[in-house]
Design a protein around this ligand. Structure first.
Ligand code: ATP
Ligand code: ZN
Length: 289
């Protein structure tokens, strides 16, 4: 019998593609991306790639064509498919915003009453408008939403924005950020019923978490007068207690510890103030707590 493989749907080419593949590659999984044919198998992990349009990913996962997928939360919500988000991957973050031409006076969602709004996200937008008691005409377009006011088919738009440059180039002003999204990993709600596949996903997630834990930490190494170890231990905190190595000069020790990125600068300043010298800071590639 053939070994079971976890089937992952990834955007074939677009904003999500490279990052999605990088996450898999950072898990030590090898595959060939030169051809990027529809299907591709990893060489050292039971994983099979399905390269497709991002809009199709939620449906493919829902219909059991793929087991998991990496897609923007916006596409997941727009699809209406009831799926589980297994991880928020944090990249490709952007927002759905209302943008209007210069002569449109916007004072909140109520200003959209009776207007024609062009969007590629009718389900998300109508949900938000309904919750706010606003009735508008949605003009559904699949691309180039930003040109619709200029060509006269819409009064304003609701589109994805990351920097706002595209809007400005088209004479539009971002007036309201109504929904936030980033890339997520999804699976079917009943996925765990297949124990073998579930075990494969758990293996993959453990690797992903090990890599992302490491990214949030720094390995710190410094020299310190031996009589100040206790204070230094309090400053760095760390996984257990810091590792202390004696130096040839008996009055000094070398200390090694792991510090989270967000605390790094305050730890650094406190250590300097305590008299630490030769502070070395190194990235950590992988880390299991
Ligand atoms: P496909 O051919 O696969 O359908 P696409 O043109 O629909 O591609 P991309 O433009 O590659 O899709 O965007 C994919 C996802 O990237 C979006 O759904 C969204 O989650 C995210 N994204 C991040 N920043 C932006 C942005 N500035 N504009 C649009 N999408 C963005
Ligand atoms: Zn798309």
């Amino acid at each position: 019998m053939e070994e079971k493989r976890l089937r992952i749907a990834i955007q074939k080419s677009g904003r999500l593609s490279e990052k999605s593949l990088e996450i898999i590659r950072n898990c030590g999984i090898d595959f060939n991306t030169d051809s990027r044919v529809l299907k591709e198998k990893a060489s050292n992990f039971p994983l099979e790639f399905l390269f497709v349009r991002d809009d199709d990913i939620p449906t493919y996962v829902y219909d059991d064509v793929a087991d998991i997928g990496i897609v923007g939360r916006n596409e997941l919500d727009e699809s209406g498919c009831e799926l589980d988000v297994v991880r928020d991957l944090g990249f490709a973050s952007c927002r759905l915003s209302i943008a209007v031409p210069a002569d449109f006076s916007y004072e909140g969602l109520k200003s959209l009453e009776g207007k024609r709004i062009a969007t590629s996200y009718p389900r998300i937008l109508s949900g938000i408008l309904d919750r706010n008691g606003v009735k508008a005409d949605l003009v559904v377009v699949s691309g180039s939403v930003e040109i619709t006011p200029a060509v006269g088919i819409a009064d304003c738009i609701c589109d994805l924005v990351s920097t706002g440059t595209t809007l400005k180039m088209n004479g539009l002003k971002e007036v309201d950020q109504i929904y936030f999204t980033s890339a997520v990993m999804i699976c079917r709600r009943d996925f765990a019923e297949d124990a073998e596949k579930k075990a494969l996903l758990d293996r993959l997630l453990l690797r992903m978490d090990t890599v992302s834990n490491a990214k949030k930490k720094k390995y710190v190494l410094f020299n310190l007068p031996s009589d100040r170890i206790e204070q230094a231990a309090r400053i760095v905190g760390g996984m257990k207690s810091p590792t202390v190595t004696p130096l040839l000069d008996r009055d000094w020790v070398s200390v090694q510890s792991v510090v989270s990125e967000d605390r790094f600068w305050s730890v650094f300043e406190d250590l300097k103030a305590l008299g630490a010298e030769g502070i070395l800071v190194m990235p950590i590639e992988k880390m299991s707590e």
